[in-house]
Design a protein around this ligand. Structure first.
Ligand SMILES: [Zn+2]
Length: 201
């Protein structure tokens, strides 16, 4: 059905397979929803519910306003703040699901992933996470953190203490198939400032 998927040598790209996986996950979420939810009845509010549900699987430490590490890019120790989905991965996910919705026969004007409430929510997540984690999004993103050079025992201790925090710090770049580079469908997103277009339209 999808032209892209059938193109070329028949092997779906990483973006395409990630999109398919996301779409299946969302379908599963709808089937397990209580009360049951049909795709056709899905609204932006349901998408927000889904995004909040995903937070429990998040790997990004987001400091609460009362945490002494609030606003620190490299917190010096562990803290009990919750792990969440990083803005970058939610944003990429919504972009893929938005495309998948229309590829699966959904009408663009009824696309719940393009709803205003979803855009506003993503913007809010982005701003609050940037504040909590001391992130400046204007910085050029790296694909992945550089490998740690094997050194003495200190490095081990540090890696241990910083486990969750370190993961959180770069969490928004480690989502498989995620990251702004995956907005291939949007094209402009790669050269745009810091928002994929899907956030603005
Ligand atoms: Zn904290």
């Amino acid at each position: 059905m999808s032209a892209e998927a059938a193109a070329g040598d028949g092997r779906p790209s990483r973006y395409e397979s990630q999109k398919r996986r996301d779409w299946n996950t969302f379908g599963q979420y709808l089937r397990n929803h209580r009360p049951p939810l049909e795709l056709a009845r899905c609204s932006g509010a349901h998408v927000l519910e889904f995004l909040r549900y995903l937070d429990q699987f998040g790997k990004t430490k987001v400091h609460a306003a009362g945490c002494p590490f609030f606003g620190l890019l490299c917190p010096p120790g562990p803290c009990p703040c919750p792990l969440r989905q990083a803005w970058g991965s939610l944003d990429a996910l919504v972009g893929r699901l938005r495309a998948a919705f229309e590829e699966n026969g959904g009408r663009p004007e009824a696309n719940p992933f393009g709803a205003r409430a979803v855009r506003l929510y993503l913007r809010e997540v982005r701003d609050s996470q940037a504040k909590a984690r001391g992130i400046v999004y204007e910085k050029k993103k790296r694909k992945r953190p550089p490998p740690l050079p094997p050194t003495d025992g200190d490095a081990v201790r540090e890696a241990d203490a910083g486990g969750t925090i370190g993961a959180g710090q770069y969490g928004h770049m480690m989502i498989p198939g995620g990251g702004s580079g995956q907005f291939a469908g949007d094209g402009e997103a790669q050269t745009g400032p810091m928002f994929p277009l899907s956030v603005f339209h």
